[in-house]
Design a protein around this ligand. Structure first.
Ligand code: AKG
Length: 280
């Protein structure tokens, strides 16, 4: 599709606690607030219904559909918004996944993405995290994109943003906006979060949005926060600090076309050269 027009995107940087029902209730209330402020596409953070940590995933996991996604479907329908439901610990056939479900303004599921790249890192003295001890990676990205009246959207979850290939594949498929619910930490957040979001936007000349939980310094995993939206020129057009808030960005698809016209990367790619090297 051709992307046109303007719409308001909202990123809900919410504080997530131990009470799952309270987290879901808060998410639904924030969706209502963002919709009342004119947002027609609303994003929740990674693990919006559960504290983030391998020790929590099994206890908080639910099937899809389940209580958390049912509440989101109802909220999308009630407020007639596109709702990208952050992510939840998700149980399927005895395995656990970290899954994002997106809903149309009529409450239908339009995309479902299970985190494809699991967060296994070891930065000595700073952070060691092994998501693969508990989670399984998503098996495909066939249902990880969806279409709206204004643009095509591609979904990833947190660590997925580090893999430029996935973003480029989405761009090739015609996505104009990439959305990553995520929760970087106090080590990789300041070092990489903005840089990597701007990189994905700039590489592919599209909008990129990252939506984090608010920072809870008492949590076992302290999130960086700093939800933000970057435009196809690589400019951060709206962002938060670490507190609970809603980030609003007015997305103008003309910016994407203008950028691609001025710097026509898609017409200048030397895939003939890359293909030769890739075959060696
Ligand atoms: O890539 C990072 O530094 C953080 C990733 C992360 O927190 C996650 O995948 O949940």
């Amino acid at each position: 599709m051709v992307s046109t027009g303007k719409f308001r995107l909202a990123l809900i940087q919410m504080l997530v606690g131990a009470d799952k029902a309270a987290n879901v209730e808060k998410a639904v209330a924030k969706v209502a607030e963002a919709a009342a402020n004119g947002a027609t596409m609303i994003v929740l953070p990674e693990c919006f219904n559960s504290p983030y940590g391998t020790q929590y995933f099994k206890q908080y996991a639910e099937p899809i559909p389940g209580p958390s996604t049912d509440a989101l479907a109802a909220a999308a329908k009630q407020h007639k918004v596109h709702l990208i439901g952050g992510s939840i610990p998700h149980e399927l056939n005895g395995k656990l996944f970290n899954t994002c479900v997106a809903f149309s303004p009529s409450g239908e599921v339009v995309a479902k993405h299970s985190k494809a790249h699991l967060f296994d890192i070891d930065v000595p003295g700073k952070i060691k995290f092994t998501e693969s001890e508990v989670l399984s990676p998503g098996a495909n990205i066939d249902h990880s994109t969806f279409t709206t009246d204004h643009c095509n959207v591609g979904l990833g979850i947190c660590y997925d943003i580090r893999f430029a290939e996935m973003a480029t594949l989405y761009a090739k498929k015609g996505c104009h906006l990439l959305v990553y619910p995520g929760a970087f930490n106090m080590t990789t957040g300041p070092a990489h979060w903005e840089l990597i979001t701007r990189s994905r936007a700039l590489d592919n000349q599209l909008f990129a949005a990252v939506c984090a939980p608010a920072r809870d310094t008492g949590a076992s995993y302290v999130a960086w926060g700093h939800s933000m939206v970057v435009d196809p020129w690589g400019t951060v057009i709206s962002s938060a600090q670490e507190e609970e808030t809603i980030v609003y960005a007015d997305i103008d698809m003309a910016k994407l076309h203008e950028t691609r016209k001025m710097i026509p990367l898609t017409m200048q790619r030397r895939t003939d050269l890359y293909d030769t090297l890739a075959k060696k």
